[in-house]
Ligand binder design. Structure first.
Ligand SMILES: Cc1cc2nc3c(=O)[nH]c(=O)nc-3n(C[C@H](O)[C@H](O)[C@H](O)COP(=O)(O)OP(=O)(O)OC[C@H]3O[C@@H](n4cnc5c(N)ncnc54)[C@H](O)[C@@H]3O)c2cc1C
Length: 214
């Protein structure tokens, strides 16, 4: 029989934060979560800068974004794995955090290196390179994706630039792994099924868990 001060049931954000807070003040806590691994739930899956700041307050020292993106290179296919090296901010949030001064949001090399290593270990092909973060989902500038593509940007998504910037400001490791859910420049590509897409995201999530706990 094991005795603890407090049992917290449910390891979502509320339960995990409660358990962290209690452990931080020296209480012995048992956190019980019914799901064995990462799991899907109804959610936009967006980490806001405020949420990231709260996670850092709780003692989180690695932020790994795991999500989907629009592929910007014609040879990319749905389900491909991308590991971001840098994220050009195509909106002003990251720029506001550095008081308008020039800054290149860059992923932590240790996380990038470990992610590439783990992907190769699993035999999962991976593309490593620059991405762009934009807060515009339906881009009114029809030529912008093509210009990003020509400059060698691999993909567009919505969060990495601010996470990399917060990583630099808060002195924590930040990384980003993405599955291509759409290819937004012209070119031949094969669409995969929803099941294959889900399998690709699940595999990436497992990979990310290995990376952040390595
Ligand atoms: C449509 C939608 C979109 C959203 N998009 C975002 C977003 O983009 N970004 C964002 O930050 N937030 C988003 N949210 C909000 C976010 O999902 C919630 O604020 C957050 O998940 C609440 O955390 P929680 O810990 O209270 O509950 P949950 O996240 O639901 O966690 C509860 C946990 O308890 C576990 N559990 C339940 N019963 C038991 C049991 N009997 N034994 C053991 N374990 C149990 C469950 O498995 C679960 O892991 C969204 C919410 C919705 C509805």
């Amino acid at each position: 029989m094991r005795y603890v001060d407090i049992v917290v049931v449910g390891g979502g954000p509320a339960g995990a934060a409660t358990a962290c807070g209690l452990a931080a003040i020296g209480r012995e806590v048992l956190l019980i979560e019914r799901s064995l691994g990462s799991h899907h739930k109804v959610c936009g899956e967006f980490i806001s800068p405020e949420t990231a700041a709260h996670l850092v307050q709780l003692g989180v020292n690695k932020l790994m974004r795991v999500g989907t993106c629009g592929g910007l290179q014609p040879d990319l296919s749905m389900g491909d794995l991308i590991i971001a090296l840098s994220a050009t901010p195509a909106d002003s949030t990251a720029t506001h955090y550095v008081l308008g001064e020039p800054h290149a949001p860059t992923a932590d090399f240790g996380l990038v290196h470990e992610a590439v290593h783990q992907a190769k270990h699993l035999g999962k092909p991976v593309r490593v390179g620059p991405i762009v973060s934009s807060d515009i989902f339906y881009q009114p500038d029809s030529g912008l994706a093509g210009r990003w593509s020509e400059r060698g940007i691999l993909a567009v998504e919505m969060e990495a630039a601010i996470l990399f910037t917060l990583g630099a400001l808060r002195k924590i490791q930040a990384g980003c792994m993405l599955i291509v859910s759409d290819v937004v420049v012209e070119g031949e590509f094969v669409r995969i099924t929803d099941e294959e897409m889900r399998a690709a995201v699940d595999q990436m999530t497992e990979l990310a868990l290995h990376v952040v706990t390595a």
